[in-house]
Design a protein around this ligand. Structure first.
Ligand code: HMG
Ligand code: MG
Length: 299
């Protein structure tokens, strides 16, 4: 099988990583963290989300974070947007790339974004139409692709239909969320093979949480099927408050080390990335969950 020469890493630490951290993190520390990630070579960094501050108080400073960044336009700083209100706030703050987030599980949709899957598509249709007017590219997330905390395994045809719908609405790519980190490589191969019957590999990305320690193996399985975009979080932070028991995203440090071993370019300086991971863990008062950061031993 032929592996890609280069992969795109979407760093989700400032958003997925920090949305669930119990310790409040000052805005200037978030800004510093994002700048350190950019300095390590990460060119796409999901910076925050424009959701209800009552639901996700950790990211209530979204506007200040975006306005405080001032990074070159070559660094993409997407933000999550659930509805028109979030879209307008994101545009006011200066956001240039957004992501909408749907689920393939009805119950998770209700818990996470307080509406049915069908209602969420109505909201996303409005958001994507506005984004087109503003020339803002939209990424689409699908949660619970490999299992739902409430409904278990979701049927492949439901997943393929939802991914197709998001693409047909105008999303540039679909990030396949293993929200609770339960997937194993066999399942990843099966679900992605079903998706590939309707969708080209370059439109799909892997978003693996690492609850059961399978994320790196799952990334290799997805790579072998032609995927070349992966989401990850510095220091392995992350989790969704509406997915109890889910642990962090796969650590970016571990993904970079994997890619180095496979001879695949990421554009990331591993030492600088490890330093950025330690920096945010010290401020979030949380352990660094990257195995590679622990093995390379620098604090
Ligand atoms: P809603 O449908 O309006 O209803 O919000 P609600 O009862 O949930 O919230 C109502 C209140 O939120 C109202 O304020 C609205 O004005 C306000 P109140 O009258 O009570 O003062 N509101 C907003 N405020 C700020 N920005 C907005 C906004 N919209 C409404 N955009 C909503 C729906 C989705 C906004 C809400 O349920 C929410 O914020 N949920 C949190 C969703 C979230 O951020 N989840 C985590 C990210 S998803 C994830 O982690 C999965 C992913 O990583 C992939 C994977 O791993 O699977 C992407
Ligand atoms: Mg996630």
């Amino acid at each position: 099988m032929k592996l890609p020469a280069r992969v795109t890493l979407v760093e989700v630490g400032p958003r997925d990583g920090l949305q669930n951290e119990p310790s409040p993190i000052p805005t200037d520390i978030k800004i510093d963290f994002i700048k350190r990630l950019a300095g390590a070579g990460l060119a796409t960094i999901e910076a925050t989300s424009f959701v209800s501050p009552k639901k996700i108080p950790q990211l209530a400073d979204h506007t200040e974070v975006i306005r405080g960044l001032n990074l070159p336009a070559s660094i993409q700083l997407p933000a999550l947007v659930p509805n028109v209100k979030g879209f307008n706030n994101a545009v006011d703050a200066g956001v240039k790339h957004i992501a909408v987030f749907a689920s393939v599980s009805e119950t998770f949709s209700q818990r996470n974004i307080h509406c049915s899957i069908e209602e969420s598509f109505v909201r996303f249709t409005e958001v994507i139409a506005l984004a087109k007017q503003h020339h803002i590219p939209v990424r689409g997330y699908l949660s619970c692709v490999f299992g739902c905390p409430y409904e278990g395994k979701i049927a492949d045809d439901v997943i393929v239909d939802a991914a197709k719908r998001l693409l047909d609405l105008g999303c540039t790519e679909i990030s396949l969320g293993d929200t609770i980190g339960v997937a194993t490589p066999k399942q990843v191969r099966e679900v992605i093979a079903a998706l590939l019957t309707k969708i080209p590999a370059e439109k799909l990305a892997g978003h693996f949480h690492d609850t059961y320690g399978q994320a790196i193996a799952n990334i290799v399985a997805a790579l072998e099927l032609g995927l070349s975009t992966f989401d990850s979080s510095a220091a392995g932070l992350g989790g969704c408050p509406y997915a109890a028991g889910a642990s962090g995203n796969v650590a970016t440090e571990d993904v970079v080390y994997l890619m180095q071993g496979l001879g695949i370019e990421t554009g990331v300086d591993l030492e600088k990335l490890i330093a950025a991971g330690h920096f945010i863990c010290q401020h979030a008062k949380t352990p660094n969950r990257s195995k590679v950061a622990a093995a390379m031993g620098k604090k």
